[in-house]
Design a protein around this ligand. Structure first.
Ligand SMILES: [Ca+2]
Length: 294
């Protein structure tokens, strides 16, 4: 296995760099907070926040939105329907970016690619060199993500950090929109907002935050890497899910991922699209975005 020199920097260096980068985007986020969100906001939710290892969070107000896809959308799959009204009853904070490899290393002391990949793609010629970089997303299993979250909660003391529920993810990704994408319905605009459509010979994921954000300031909700959410996957869940703070089915075999990835096989990058993977699946195109409870 090749070793990447840039990963052999000290823990202090990683922390300093991550914090510096996060403060920069944090300021932009605070100034860029849209009027719509402020109007819906609850006291105390209108401030960006950067945590102890430099992860920047965007405040998301409580609110109600339409989850899933309407029958009128010909691209929509059966498992995105019925479109239904969901209320998120409590404000929360969500990562402005996918969790990066530097942040992963700052918490767990190792690169996510020190772990065995449960697929062969990481071993493809040139892939490790292209994707093992501090400012790229960490691609890990759902179980790995839980270990990271537990360690981060121990580091800061408390239980604030977790994955978003599937409903919280879509609510934050939509950012008040009811279109196929958070930037509208025109998929020809996707290049401006998403890393997508890559191949295994030349492609890989990219540094987080290098495409345009959604209206609430979140980067890479479409593309770059899929994002694990907390929920078990059930294609029929929307027909019976609760209207307030749905938590997903009580049991299942696969977990939900959202948003599409850098790779062409992602199928769809639409906001409502859903896909499932086994919780121990550790590929090179699924990462995570954290929620921090208020
Ligand atoms: Ca993503």
């Amino acid at each position: 296995m090749k070793t990447d020199r840039h990963l052999l920097v000290s823990r202090r260096e990683i922390l300093t760099t991550a914090a510096r980068a996060a403060v920069g985007v944090g300021i932009t986020g605070a100034l860029g907070w849209p009027a719509l969100a402020l109007a819906q906001g609850t006291e105390g939710t209108d401030k960006a926040f950067t945590n102890s290892i430099g992860i920047a969070f965007v405040p998301i107000p409580a609110g109600t939105f339409l989850m899933g896809s309407p029958d009128s959308d010909r691209q929509a799959q059966a498992f995105e329907k019925p479109q239904h009204r969901v209320t998120i009853s409590r404000p929360f904070q969500i990562g402005k970016h996918e969790v990066t490899q530097a942040q992963w290393q700052a918490v767990l002391g190792e690169s996510p690619y020190a772990r065995d990949r449960s697929n062969p793609y990481y071993q493809l010629p040139g892939m490790a060199e292209r994707i093992t970089r501090p400012d790229h997303p960490a691609t890990v299993s759902w179980n790995d993500a839980q270990a990271f979250i537990a360690a981060l909660n121990r580091l800061e003391g408390g239980t604030r950090y977790r994955l978003p529920t599937e409903a919280e993810w879509e609510y934050a990704a939509r950012a008040g929109t009811i279109t196929r994408y958070s930037f509208g319905d025109d998929e020809r605009q996707l290049d401006r907002y998403a890393w997508h459509g890559g191949d295994f010979q030349t492609g890989g994921h990219h540094p987080v935050g290098t495409k345009q954000p959604n209206p609430w300031g979140l980067h890479d909700v479409h593309g770059n890497v899929w994002e694990w959410v907390a929920d078990w996957y059930d294609p029929d869940y929307y027909a019976r899910s609760p209207a307030v703070d749905p938590q997903g089915p009580p049991r299942g075999t696969h977990r939900v991922v959202r948003g599409g990835s850098w790779h062409a096989s992602a199928t769809s990058w639409r906001t409502a699209f859903r896909r499932d993977y086994a919780p121990d699946y550790r590929g090179i195109s699924i990462g995570l975005r954290l929620v921090r409870a208020m």
